[in-house]
Design a protein around this ligand. Structure first.
Ligand code: G1P
Length: 290
């Protein structure tokens, strides 16, 4: 059973500057919650009990969001706002949270390696904070990966097909289809030019990894972009163990750039009954012709 997850949040958020100059990117609001909340919620709904955040110097707000705030609690108690008190309590107790710092941004592979001592020797989940996954059937994307892991006892990565124009922004896999949503991975390449990409199946930000990845990442050399890439570590793991890819069929929202974050916030607010009527009413008043 997968009970632990790593969520790296150490990045600079350069694609959302200047908003992220002093506000950590995972704290950008999507509707009335920080982006990172939805990632944690997916993990918890998939059965995760312990979350290891890999942070950096400027990520204190992430720690504070999942911690108690006694002064705020007092204010809300005085006001008799029991509803919000219960809401905050729910967030603070969603999971057990640990934090480890990545001293310098050295890539996703290096960020994952930082969590090694806190994770130990079990397989674990990895969720990337930019990607919000929406499952129309209510089964979290990560849950599907955990189910495949339970059957195959191997690492599992989530993929989705992307258009040619986007291939060079992702890790891309090659493999054989072995089930309706399942592939056995043969090769992986990080951000290939489209004419060198082995397929259109892009790695999206959800993984279940076997602990052997840590020893590999401890000697993985910098790759694409001069960073220690998880994809390169996974390629080496492929030489030792099978890896499976689960093709996710829900919606994925990339909050990693400004337009992606803005549209995600609108879509998530429109899904909330308390916000939808007035937001829709406002959107209808907009004249969108150029
Ligand atoms: C990371 C991974 C990449 C994956 C992507 C999904 O890249 O390295 O393999 O396809 O996340 O969002 P990043 O977007 O952090 O550059």
């Amino acid at each position: 059973m997968i009970r632990q997850a790593v969520i790296p949040v150490a990045g600079w958020g350069t694609r959302v500057l200047p908003a992220t100059k002093s506000l950590p990117k995972p704290m950008l609001p999507v509707a009335d919650l920080p982006t990172i909340y939805y990632v944690v919620e997916e993990a918890v709904q998939a059965g995760i009990e312990h979350i290891v955040f890999v942070t950096s110097r400027n990520m204190r707000a992430v720690e504070d969001f999942f911690d108690e705030n006694p002064e705020l609690t007092q204010v809300l108690e005085k006001k008799g706002n029991d509803k919000m008190l219960a809401r905050l309590r729910q967030i603070e107790t969603m999971a057990h949270f640990s934090f480890v710092r990545q001293p310098r941004p050295r890539g996703l592979g290096h960020a994952v390696l930082m969590a090694r001592d806190l994770i130990g020797h079990d397989a674990f989940a990895l969720l990337l904070g930019d990607d919000l996954m929406w499952s129309p059937d209510g089964v979290p994307c990560l849950r599907h990966l955990i189910d495949v892991h339970a059957q195959r006892h191997a690492s599992v990565i989530a993929t989705m097909p992307v258009p040619d124009s986007d291939v060079s922004r992702y890790g891309i896999i090659a493999g054989e289809r072995i089930g309706p949503h399942l592939m056995q991975v043969r090769d992986m390449v990080e951000k290939p030019p489209v004419d060198q990409a082995p397929s259109n199946q892009a790695v999206v930000g959800r993984y279940v990894l076997t602990p052997e990845i840590f020893a590999i990442l401890s000697h993985t050399q910098p790759g694409s972009g001069g960073e220690i890439q998880l994809t390169d570590g996974l390629c080496e793991l492929l030489g030792k163990q099978p890896i499976f890819a689960y093709e996710f069929t829900g919606e994925r929202y990339d909050t990693g750039d400004t337009v992606g974050w803005l549209t995600t916030s609108i879509i998530y607010a429109l899904r909330r009954p308390e916000f939808a009527p007035s937001l829709k009413a406002f959107l209808r008043t907009l004249d969108l012709s150029d």
